[in-house]
Design a protein around this ligand. Sequence first.
Ligand code: AMP
Length: 284
Amino acid sequence: MDTVKTIKEVREYIKQWRRQGLSVALVPTMGYLHDGHKSLVERASKENHRVIVSIFVNPTQFGPNEDLDTYPRDLEHDKKVCESAGASLIFNPEPSEMYFDDRCTNVEVEGLTNGLCGAKRPGHFSGVCTVVSKLFNIVTPDRAYFGEKDAQQLAVIKRMVRDLSFDIEIVGCPIVREKDGLAKSSRNIYLSKEERQEALSLNRSLRRAKKRLKDGERDTNIIKKAIEEEINKETLSKIDYIEIINSEDLKPVEKIEKTVLIAIAVFIGKTRLIDNFTFEMEEK
Ligand code: AMP
């Protein structure tokens, strides 16, 4: 498994593979890979002949006060994960390979990016959609794999692919968790021992919400309150948002009548973590 740093090299690989009639998958990541990323690569390599994993800490999706400079990196570890999961190639460009100094084009997905992380992280999805579009144009994959952990991102990318007629199938993959329920994240490394313990409140609060829903509760305010109470039991935690939204258009709902996404973001100390689940309703 090779690691390349230029667009030209990626395109050479793609050309060769296409000549042989092979299918190609892309798994975009920011590196510091864990079992969540690994599950995407494994699935991609089961469903495609060749898998490219991009490892790029994309500066344009970070806000001015976010963790771009401290974002964890470990390429040697990432290579091992990719190799063991069946990847064919790592694309690990420098920012200067991806961005011209005088670039003036961005991809904006409107509406779906108004709430949740879009509201809390201005410019984030513009950065994500632009870099993912570039990766799609560089790799021209048949399929691209994204985690349901970033549920809004997955919905936004699906809409972008539809709206811009990218000929790419977007595959969503389930959230991979630690044994104690915490969703795996590269950012979990930031947590102190105490914070790591507190971070369990994200999953615990969602499980509490799920139980209320299963018991028949349909009022979003009551469900939100249950989540809030659970998180506020902790001392180092600060809720960024708790949202219950339609899983298609990501608009807030008051009464739960159709399939909804329950998504939360919580600061544990300085570390911002997200989690979510989808509650499927039988359509009447
Ligand atoms: P990141 O490196 O955080 O940008 O994530 C790269 C991809 O891995 C995204 O599609 C994420 O949704 C996905 N991902 C991250 N964490 C998990 C997880 N715990 N389970 C499943 N997918 C994940």
